[in-house]
Design a protein around this ligand. Structure first.
Ligand SMILES: *Cc1c(COP(=O)(O)O)cnc(C)c1O
Length: 380
């Protein structure tokens, strides 16, 4: 049997008639760029998370770039990012001349450690940089420690961009991921919890002026119309076809988040006694973009992964190299006390198959294989 890591086909079997009809409508009206579905999706996304403004764009990396364009950062500015994240979180900063400043993570939540953030801010200032902004990431779907980070950022006069590429739709209490920070960004890459059938992204903000700026920047810095250019912008729009597909997917997204939580809880019950499972702080809800365990120090990850593969169980490593150790980024500064947690976890994390349609029998098979193989890998 072929166990998929993320089963997009199972989802498609359920929504295919609606997707076909939606695509057909777009082909009929022909408004391929900024068509009616784009505005409709934006209204629905804003409604879903409770944001005042939602603005779609071409992908999650552009969303981060547009957010920095709107909030501002340049030469001499430090912008703080977790090191244990997808490369896009910090990738956009050097183009502005800004310095990505890497912060370590919490060993239980895998999210930005606010104590490490404080140390990094102090060190940045000592080095003559201006602390300008912070980009907390909702890694693997779990909202970052937004309340603590917000307190630190506000005291320093820094802006905040919530990178919710993996976490859109999660919650801290009743506040939904996509509404933290001055701007929140997300990605609709197919494998994300809310994905389209290509590239896509969005930004969220409460601020009317910020929303107007983003709307201008994403369409060549347009003023009253696109041939009146008030500022230097980019071309970053969500295709109408992708918006039409996302409307169908958003309709089942809340249900899917519930299913992901049921499946994650079941993994934790089955594996908790054997392996370090992900921690979700009290009152917080994850969207479970990934279910990521930490293998014991005694187990060799390559060996465990190969043994699981022999049982036809696919796994993935997010992320094998933290940003501060990447060739293109290692000359940028990080928390002066070191990056011990990122440096350790990158060797031990393993992400298991996770999607809303994972059947219990298959999940049982994954758990049994994992428990047996971690045991033998540890004693081998
Ligand atoms: C996927 C991802 C992005 C970038 O999104 P794209 O749509 O692939 O450009 C940014 N940040 C994080 C944390 C991501 O997982």
């Amino acid at each position: 049997m072929n166990i998929p890591f993320i089963d997009l086909a199972a989802q498609q079997r359920i929504i295919r008639p609606g997707i076909d009809a939606a695509i057909d409508r777009v082909l009929h009206h022909g408004g391929y760029v900024m068509g009616p579905e784009v505005r409709e999706l934006e209204a629905q996304l804003a409604d879903f998370c409770g944001a005042k403004h939602a603005l779609s764009c071409a992908n999650g990396t552009d969303a981060l770039q547009l957010a920095v364009m709107a909030l501002g950062a340049g030469t001499g500015d430090a912008v703080f990012c977790p090191s244990f994240t997808f490369i896009a979180t910090a990738e956009i900063l050097p183009f502005f001349g800004a310095t990505p400043y890497f912060v370590d993570i919490d060993p239980k939540t895998y999210n930005m450690d606010s104590e490490s953030l404080k140390r990094a801010i102090t060190a940045a200032r000592t080095a003559g940089l201006v602390p300008r902004g912070v980009i907390p990431v909702d890694l693997f779907g779990l909202p970052a420690d937004h309340h603590a980070i917000e307190e630190i950022a506000r005291a320093e006069g820094m802006w905040i961009i919530e990178d919710a590429a993996q976490g859109f739709g999660g919650r801290i209490g009743t506040k939904v991921a996509g509404t933290f920070g001055d701007i929140a960004t997300t990605s609709f890459f197919p494998a994300k919890p809310l994905g389209c059938y290509g590239d896509g992204g969005a930004l969220f903000t409460e601020n009317d002026e910020t929303a107007a700026l983003i709307d201008s920047y994403r369409i060549h810095g347009k003023g009253q119309d696109k041939y009146d250019n008030e500022r230097i912008g980019i071309n970053s729009r969500l295709d109408t076809l992708q918006a039409a597909i996302l409307i169908e997917k958003l309709a089942i997204f809340a249900q899917e988040i519930e299913a992901r939580n049921r499946i994650a809880a079941r993994y934790s019950v089955k594996l908790g006694g054997f392996i370090q499972c992900p921690t979700v702080p009290e009152g917080t809800t994850s969207t479970w973009a990934q279910y990521t365990i930490v293998l014991p120090k005694s187990a060799t990850r390559n060996v465990v992964q190969a043994k699981l593969q022999k049982d036809d169980i696919p796994t993935a490593i997010y992320y094998p190299i933290p940003m501060h150790a990447q060739t293109a980024y290692k000359h940028f500064p990080h928390d002066p006390s070191g990056m011990a947690v990122s440096d350790d976890l990158c060797h031990r994390v393993l992400s298991l198959p996770m999607h809303p349609y994972l059947e219990e029998a298959v999940q049982d098979q994954i758990c049994a294989s994992l428990i047996a193989n971690v045991g033998t890998a540890a004693t081998a």
